[in-house]
Design a protein. Structure first.
Length: 143
């Protein structure tokens, strides 16, 4: 299974769900380590086609720092650990992350409810070996 956009997308979704309400939150409101309980990709063309990477053994953790920096780690069984660091900003119900190793920022929709953070992103995913298609990614994290 190809996870080309998974790392950036997963992080983005996690960050998106950090918002308490539509008025937004500050980075220090999100500070701490978040752990994914689900990482679900849903096909845009066929919404019945979904895959939860967490049920497939994937793990993800996201650390958000009060200074607006982040780090995350994604592990999928049998594949090398993917790590990422960079900066993030929150405005209203969106979070934008800037991976320090890539030039293109990604923007997620976020919802925070207590100790649960939900990140949503439009992305591409490889549901069929070698064929990427438009998908929605939803990552649910707990603090």
């Amino acid at each position: 299974m190809k996870h080309k956009h998974l790392t950036i997308s997963a992080l983005a979704l996690i960050l998106m769900s950090a918002c308490t309400e539509a008025t937004g939150v500050e980075p220090n409101d999100l500070a701490g380590t978040w752990t994914a309980t689900s990482i679900v990709f849903t096909s845009v063309a066929d919404p019945m086609l979904t895959l939860d990477l967490a049920t497939e053994g994937a793990t993800m953790s996201l650390t958000l720092n009060a200074d607006g920096t982040y780090s995350w780690a994604f592990v999928f069984p049998g594949e090398p650990t993917e790590n990422e660091t960079g900066t993030y900003t929150v405005s209203g119900n969106t979070m934008t992350i800037n991976d320090s190793s890539q030039g293109s920022p990604e923007t997620f929709t976020i919802v925070r409810s207590g100790d649960t953070l939900t990140l949503t992103l439009s992305d591409m995913f490889d549901f069929t070996q070698g064929v990427e298609e438009a998908a929605t990614m939803v990552i649910v994290l707990t603090h």
